[in-house]
Design a protein around this ligand. Structure first.
Ligand SMILES: Nc1ncnc2c1ncn2[C@@H]1O[C@H](COP(=O)(O)OP(=O)(O)O)[C@@H](O)[C@H]1O
Ligand SMILES: [Mg+2]
Length: 372
């Protein structure tokens, strides 16, 4: 076979692949967006929630569309869009708008997709998202679906070959937005409701994660800080040693979210919703609670005008989870997460990152003393 006919074969093959991918993504989006219309008609309207103050849109919301070969769904969406194929049937065939809400090059991209007043989240990955898809289904089956006041997004569609998930959009301010807009107590209460409701869940999916893993990660966070700034590195080394000495004994593992940042908990009006389950596993509840509290503390530590709100959120959270969590283990996990957040401060390469890292390390050191 000559090289030119090889190329022709290759082109034909590529073309067929693209056509299939375009059809798949079009089908997926159309089905998801029109499913919402049908679902809306079937379910009773949820109690409306009147936002008292406006909240800022996602800080990362942009109209940019990354070009990333590691995420096969991106190419498919672009091709389908160019072909004018993405139209939401049942919504007057109107245009479908994409906004990029999160992007980690080579790993994942998340879009808010709107059509005819409806929204879904499209999550494109480099790795197979089958386990995350299975988790959304298991959580819905366990009672955290659309009828519940404590819920996760419904899985609307997914396609293994394209490594893409389409999930329902959970609308409302995040607990981070609440703390920043003066509603700390509400943020803490909502998060506590999440733990009250999920403490008894028996979803067994996910790989084990716990104190040993956190200690392993801590070594990399310390290394990052040491490389960026020797003085901060010294403080981080001492902190990691203290965490090493005070490792808590772990309770019965249960489903953990893995990245329960304040921005992943949403105020749905009648209860909390939790998004972004990519890093779920089986581990101690204190890992999620410590992550939540660390991201709340961070708000007050880095913005003194929000200090009181952050403290109120923490107080309300602790009051609402009394008896559910081990305090020493919680302090340990919060301290570890603050170390992690300190290690991320230099990402913005501004001249105040040391000050921020120092504030986070200080709080982490204080907490580590009460931990274990
Ligand atoms: N189902 C959803 N409902 C509401 N907002 C969402 C949803 N999925 C994603 N978002 C928004 O997009 C952002 C990025 O999505 P996320 O799932 O956290 O992915 P990642 O952190 O991996 O980029 C979230 O912080 C949130 O603002
Ligand atoms: Mg996220």
């Amino acid at each position: 076979m000559s090289s030119s006919s090889n190329e022709t074969d290759l082109n034909r093959h590529e073309h067929a692949g693209r056509t299939r991918a375009t059809a798949l993504i079009t089908g997926l989006l159309t089905a998801s967006l029109s499913h919402l219309v049908a679902a809306k008609a079937e379910t009773k309207p949820s109690k409306s929630y009147v936002r008292r103050k406006p909240w800022p849109g996602g800080v990362n919301a942009t109209t940019e569309f990354p070009d990333d070969r590691a995420l096969p769904a991106l190419e498919a969406i672009r091709a389908a869009d160019l072909a004018g194929a993405i139209r939401a049937a049942g919504l007057g065939d109107g245009p479908v708008g994409f906004s990029l809400r999160g992007y980690s090059p080579g790993s994942r991209a998340t879009f808010e997709v709107r059509a005819g007043g409806r929204r879904v989240a499209v999550k494109a990955y480099a790795e197979d998202p089958a386990s995350e898809a299975a988790l959304y289904e298991a959580l819905a089956a366990a009672g955290l679906g659309g009828e519940s006041d404590v819920r996760v997004p419904p899985l609307l569609a997914w396609e293994r070959d394209l490594r893409v998930l389409v999930i329902g959009w959970l609308d409302g301010p995040t607990t981070r937005d609440l703390v920043r807009s003066g509603q700390g107590r509400r943020a803490g209460e909502l998060a506590a409701r999440w733990f009250q409701r999920t403490a008894s869940l028996s979803v067994k999916l996910g790989t084990p994660v716990g104190v040993r893993d956190v200690m392993d990660w801590a070594r990399t966070w310390v290394a990052t800080l040491s490389a960026d700034d020797p003085a901060l590195g010294t403080a981080a080394v001492a902190l990691a040693e203290s965490l090493e000495r005070k490792q808590p004994t772990e309770g019965t593992p249960r489903l953990v979210h893995g990245t329960l940042y304040a921005r992943h908990l949403i105020d749905l009006g009648d209860g909390p919703g939790v998004i972004d389950w990519q890093r779920f596993g089986q581990g101690p509840m204190e890992l999620d609670a410590g992550t939540f509290l660390a991201t709340i503390s961070r708000i007050g530590l880095l913005d003194k005008t929000r200090e009181t709100e952050a403290l109120q959120a923490q107080e309300a959270f602790l009051a609402g989870t009394a008896g559910l969590l081990d305090k020493r283990s919680l302090a340990w996990h919060e301290a570890a997460m603050l170390l992690r957040l300190a290690g991320k401060q230099n990402r913005r390469h501004d001249d105040r990152w040391r000050e921020r890292a120092c504030a986070l390390l200080g709080e982490s050191t204080r907490l580590a003393e009460t931990a274990g």
